[in-house]
Design a protein around this ligand. Structure first.
Ligand code: GDP
Ligand code: IMO
Ligand code: MG
Length: 427
């Protein structure tokens, strides 16, 4: 059975949660491999509507074990409240597992995220202020605290004491903020540790068992490729890899086991936070898409910036991830538009280019070159078969396939699990 990674192909919020929820019905193992509660994954299925931030979107599956992978950064307070809310709504969380290698978000990470953003002034990244950047910085600086550390209260106290001393110097001397109390943070995290202990464990044996049974394994992405620290619009992006490479790294699976990579693309583009966005629409079409699609952040409630499908960025994302198929979501949002535009190139300093520049100062200067296609001007939300889509919708999808050089496997025509067209086999 294959290992399938579900990857955000744009700037996040492509509909990964919906796609994972749908595929998880037949999965045995679902692993969230990166990010933290900066993610917001909306799932609408027969159990109701849910906004998940940390718990994998496979949690509604009747049989899947859901792992918060080693590549994640976890705010334990947020996780506990998410588990409580799911349990209150009758969702079984007994198959939830937290990798003992996952790093924890600590109170100083959240404080520093806010203080660092403030210090950036006009160059602020527009982070979700959940402590993500500071937590990943500490992970690579070998100053992280991991979920497994909570299982050894004495060792945890010693490590926290050493790290907090260092953090308090930064908080007080660099930012003039109040220091944090070791006693308070220690007690708070010991409480979290007690509550989460039944879920925390090593995960490599679970993976081995799944492979020996030939189980179907899903790797759930967070964020999107264009927010990647290497390939995204650096420094305007996040701090963990949302890519196919990140999927194997953040779950502990060998790259050679990954045999399907599904790239989730919106039928248009959106972005939250600062940074270049060549096809952004700052006009009434942009407002129309935002309102029709309720494009407001699941995590922060911020209005999302909206724009046309950017095939240059989309092709780049495919190059980075090697998608075996595309899932095109929110196609129904385009239902009312008489004409659609797709960006097929950029004009940069008088020349047309067809690549995605690494440097944000260059990307900011890129003017999109558009191709126009006819809209279909009717509702497609109830359609479940590709051939029943209006010819203009099929023409639009086929043009995206050509431009990105990747086949469309899944088309999403509404937010609910069943509002999906499986056009080509994913497995
Ligand atoms: P994620 O972060 O990639 O999981 O995406 P989000 O959940 O943050 O944002 C996607 C939004 O689109 C959510 O509100 C979904 O319920 C919604 N959605 C997903 N697919 C579709 C679709 O095909 N049509 C419509 N209208 N909404 C969709
Ligand atoms: P999902 O998983 C959209 C953006 C933030 C900001 C930048 C850095 O729902 O697709 P961070 O808090 O990560 O340091 O913020 O990244 N960002 C997202 N945008 N969807 C997300 O997650 C995002 N997670 C982070 O808006 O621009
Ligand atoms: Mg989201």
């Amino acid at each position: 059975m294959p290992v399938i990674a579900v990857i955000g192909a744009q700037w996040g919020d492509e509909g990964k949660g919906k796609v994972v929820d749908m595929l998880a019905e037949s999965a045995d193992l679902v692993i969230r491999f990166s990010g933290g509660d900066n993610a917001g994954h909306t799932v609408i299925n027969p159990f109701g509507k849910f906004a998940l931030h940390l718990v994998p979107s496979g949690i509604f599956s009747a049989r899947a074990t859901c792992i918060l992978g080693n590549g994640m950064v976890i705010n334990p307070a947020v996780l506990i409240s998410e588990i409580d809310q799911l349990q209150e709504r009758g969702i079984d969380t007994s198959r939830l597992v937290i990798s003992d290698r996952a790093n924890l978000i600590m109170p100083y990470h959240i404080l520093l995220d806010g203080l660092e953003e403030e210090a950036r002034g006009g160059k602020a990244i527009g982070t979700t202020q959940k402590g993500i950047g500071p937590a990943y910085s500490d992970k690579v600086a070998r100053l992280g605290i991991r979920a497994g550390d909570l299982l050894d209260s004495e060792g945890f106290r010693e490590r926290l004491s050493h790290i907090l001393e260092h953090k308090n110097v930064i908080l007080t001397r660099v930012y003039g903020a109040e220091p944090l109390s070791l006693e308070q943070v220690y007690k708070e995290y010991c409480r979290y540790g007690e509550r989460l202990a039944p879920y925390i464990r090593e995960t490599m044996t679970l993976l081995e068992e799944a492979f020996s049974r030939d189980d179907l394994v899903l790797l759930e992405g967070a964020q999107g490729t264009l927010l990647d620290p290497d390939f995204g619009t650096y420094p305007y992006g996040t701090s963990s890899p949302p890519t196919a490479a990140g999927a194997v790294l953040g779950s502990g699976i060998s790259p050679v086991r990954l045999n399907r990579v599904l790239g989730v693309y919106k039928a248009y583009c959106s972005r939250v936070g600062s940074g270049p966005f060549p096809t952004e629409l700052q006009d009434e079409t942009g407002d129309l898409i935002r309102e029709r699609a309720h494009e407001y952040g699941t995590t922060t409630g911020r209005p999302r910036r909206c724009g046309w499908f950017d095939a240059v960025a989309a092709r780049f994302s495919h190059q980075v991830n090697g998608f075996t198929g595309m899932a095109v979501t929110r196609l129904d949002i385009l239902d009312t538009l008489p004409r659609l535009k797709v960006c097929v190139g950029y004009r940069l300093e008088g020349k047309e280019i067809d690549y995605f520049p690494a440097n944000v100062s260059l990307l900011e200067k890129c003017q999109p070159v558009y191709e126009e296609l006819p809209g279909w001007e009717k509702s497609i939300s109830d359609i479940r078969k590709y051939q029943q889509l209006p010819p203009q919708a099929r023409q639009y999808l086929e043009r995206l396939e050509q431009l990105v050089s990747c086949p469309v496997s899944v088309i999403s025509v509404g937010a609910s699990r069943e509002q999906t067209i499986i056009h080509r086999d994913i497995l």
